[in-house]
Design a protein around this ligand. Structure first.
Ligand code: AMP
Length: 406
């Protein structure tokens, strides 16, 4: 890395998508951002926004066969803005990697041995790690000389005590198959819990925070003095809160029942619980805006949407209660991600009736729309309730840059 190299390209590779942002860590400026969708199909689409110049988003449609072709197309878009991957100002590429198992507790510079280790985790993250690995291989092939860093979704949760991380199942079986609660969205929980402490004017070590990351995927975490002590997702991102398309917590015997009585296959049950459950399974919509619209419209359809909303809120309340008990003292509850940042009715309903726990929401504060971290609890509340926008790309870029510039 040269003295002028301050840029980090953040890559988030999904099975058929590639999201990216180019940031300058000199001042945290976002230079470019974009998304390649439907990789491997005829109708792939690349949308690139040259944020540095304030130019319009450029969209290209047409077949993009694989991740290598996708990253080459992204590199060409960046080069067109004078931000090419061959720039001496590029310090590193930071990769979001979903599963780091127990091995990766920190961001890690990727070499062959690290890549092999990430591959060894594929059996516990079959849906996510293969895509992340493809992204890493592709980027390494394009810039073999550049440091590449893996930032793991699970890393923040590796501080969970053993009694929170273990399932109460036969230990030998669990250990043989690495079955335990790993947790996900860790980059977001780390960033938001730190930002919440800053909003309170405190060091992270001084505060206990419950973070509610409510996006299409959703998870809660209990963070004591900057360290995660419990989180709602488990071996996979299926456990915990009600999500856009995932059931969250469910009696595991439901799966036996679906197979034995309903005659469903393993894959059908997997698809039902991961893709056809949660809000979409309950009411046919997974977008909270649409669910609120239907509730407001009323009638039978509104009642169906209301029930889905109520189930979503009920689960949130249960986790707020559980994590209050786990933490003993709660200083703040932070709402983040698409729903948490934007859906005031979700925040109001989740906190309603929790005055005994020191939690309340001020209606006027809750109605304010802003991209900034802000308090929505009344003045003088025992527990601060906050909206803290997450920024996983910035967190990945910061962690990557900290590692390569050390
Ligand atoms: P994320 O996964 O963090 O991008 O969150 C996506 C989800 O956020 C969507 O599926 C919506 O349910 C929700 N969302 C986004 N914008 C709004 C909004 N303005 N009001 C309510 N919900 C929103």
């Amino acid at each position: 890395m040269t003295a002028t190299a301050t840029r980090v390209l953040v890559l988030n590779s999904g099975s058929s998508s590639l999201k990216y942002q180019l940031l300058d860590m000199h001042d945290g400026a976002r230079l470019a951002a974009g998304l390649v969708e439907r990789i491997g199909e005829e109708t792939s689409r690349l949308a690139h926004t040259p944020l540095a110049t304030g130019g319009d988003t450029r969209e290209t449609e047409g077949p993009i066969a694989d991740h290598t072709t996708a990253l080459k197309a992204v590199a060409a878009e960046l080069a067109a803005d004078g931000l090419g991957l061959d720039s001496p100002q590029l310090a590193a590429i930071g990769h979001r990697v979903v599963h780091g198992g127990l091995k990766f507790t920190e961001p890690t510079v990727i070499d062959d041995a690290v890549l092999t280790e990430i591959e060894r985790l594929v059996p516990v993250a079959p849906l996510h790690n293969p895509a992340n690995i493809t992204g890493i291989r592709t980027a390494r092939a394009l810039r073999p000389d550049l440091p590449q860093v893996a930032v793991f979704d699970t890393a923040f949760h590796t501080t969970m005590p053993e009694y929170a991380a273990r399932y109460a199942i036969d230990v030998a079986t669990a250990d043989a198959h690495r079955i335990r609660r790993y947790g996900f969205h860790g980059t977001s929980h780390a960033y938001v819990s730190r930002k919440t402490a800053a909003l309170l004017g405190k060091d992270p070590s001084e505060v206990n925070v419950i973070v509610l990351h409510l996006g299409n995927g959703a998870s809660a975490s209990a963070v004591a003095g900057g360290r995660c002590v419990d989180t709602s997702m488990g071996l996979t991102p299926l456990e915990g809160l009600v999500m856009g398309t995932r059931s969250g917590d469910i009696d595991p015997a439901v799966t036996f029942h679906l197979k034995r009585v309903a005659g469903m296959s393993e894959d059908e049950v997997d698809e039902l619980l991961n893709k056809k459950s949660g809000l979409i399974g309950l009411c046919g919509d997974n977008d909270m805006r649409e669910i609120r619209r239907r509730i407001d419209a009323g009638g039978e359809d509104g009642a169906r949407a209301q029930l889905a909303f109520d189930i979503y809120i009920h689960r949130l309340k249960k986790y707020l209660g559980a994590y209050t008990a786990v933490l003993g003292r709660v200083d703040a509850v932070a709402f983040t991600a698409g729903v948490g940042e934007n859906a005031a009715p979700v925040r109001a309903a989740a906190i309603a009736g929790l005055e005994q726990m020191g939690m309340a929401v001020d209606a006027d504060r809750n109605a304010v729309r802003s991209d900034e971290p802000r308090l929505i609890s009344p003045e003088g509340s025992r527990v601060a309730v906050a909206v803290v926008p997450t920024d996983e790309e910035l967190e990945i870029a910061q962690q990557t840059y900290a590692l390569v510039s050390a």
